[in-house]
Design a binder for this molecule. Structure first.
Ligand code: UTP
Length: 303
């Protein structure tokens, strides 16, 4: 995959991967959540591919001191490459060489303490500088047959000229699990946000439009993050800084085409695995029949 070069478009993508991943303990004692695989690729690879397809060529990983696995994954694996080369395993060799295509650079920044997503984004400031940038949360995996979600957002940002936040509809009773937005004149795909609230109870939620882990932000967000106090969960919330940004700049909600899997939860990871297996030419038939067998053997009656 070759990154698209266009000076108008976002070039830098930030991947905040310094969370503790407590919902996947004990696995995440040693394996970062972002390294959990869907079939044969870790979650982080799907997010990286989506960013590159949207035109990004600078990837900033905000990690913590325990997450060597993420940096190792994007590093060159000399010994493994030599062995595969000697064994003539060219297909596998290409797979490990192509985790990052030529022309794409990876930068690693440490978040010393897990003070929240907003704080993690702020840690990327010295690398991002003074240009609009993307933020992708790799545990939100977005499956799409056409353009990736970030590419769709980047196209939108090019004509809106402001920040863009990915949204999807969620059942009203689930609003307390998301950032929720209210928009002016939502045209079915996008609308300017006039309110954003982190994890509101259903009785006070301004809508069912929930923020998912893709953002295109202008650099104004950094000064606002500097001033953002701890919010929900005692963490510095990106949502709170975006709420402050609404006063001075346009921020659009964008309902992307695609299906989002919340791979930060057990069931979301399972669902994504099933979907990618069913969509995989080599695995689909076997996956279908083993699911049928499992349902039969477990005595689950299909309706
Ligand atoms: P989550 O809310 O999913 O938290 O963070 P988490 O720690 O990863 O997982 P659980 O809830 O304990 O299971 C959303 C995103 O923000 C990043 C995470 O890595 C994830 O991509 N994050 C969160 C940081 O980079 N730093 C933080 O301080 C907090």
């Amino acid at each position: 995959m070759t990154p698209a070069h266009n000076p108008q478009r976002i070039r830098t993508a930030v991947f905040p991967v310094a969370g503790l991943g407590t919902r996947f303990l004990p696995a995440t004692k040693t394996v970062p959540k972002e390294m959990l695989p869907i079939i044969d690729r870790p979650l982080i690879q799907y997010a990286v591919d989506e960013a590159i397809a949207a035109g990004c060529d600078t990837l900033v990983f905000v990690t913590n001191r325990y997450k060597h696995a993420v940096a190792d994954y994007f590093d060159k694996a000399y010994e493994l490459e030599q062995k595969l080369e000697k064994a003539g395993k060219t297909e596998q060799l290409a797979l490990i060489r192509n985790v990052l295509p030529d022309g794409v650079r990876a930068v690693f920044v440490t978040q010393a303490e897990a003070l929240g997503l907003g704080h993690a984004v702020l840690c990327a400031r010295p690398v991002v500088g003074d240009a609009p940038f993307a933020v992708l949360l790799p545990d939100d995996l977005i499956w799409s047959r056409g353009d990736g979600a970030l590419k769709q957002m980047a196209d939108h940002a090019q004509h809106s000229g402001g920040s863009v936040v990915a949204v999807q509809d969620v059942p009203h009773e689930q609003t307390a699990s998301y950032g929720i937005v209210a928009t002016a004149a939502f045209d079915g795909q996008s609308g300017r946000i006039h309110q954003i609230v982190e994890k509101p109870d259903p009785d006070v939620a301004p809508s069912n439009l929930a923020v998912v882990g893709r953002y295109i932000l202008t650099p104004s967000i950094f000064d606002l993050l500097e001033r953002t106090p701890k919010g929900a969960g005692g963490e510095i919330q990106l949502t709170d800084a975006i709420a402050a940004l609404l006063d001075s700049e346009r921020v659009d909600a964008f309902r992307f085409h695609g299906t989002r899997f919340d791979c930060g939860t057990h069931i979301g990871l399972i669902e994504a695995t099933i979907r990618y297996a069913l969509d995989n030419e080599k695995l689909s038939d076997a996956a279908r029949s083993l699911m049928r067998n499992a349902l039969d053997e477990m005595g689950v009656v299909e309706s």
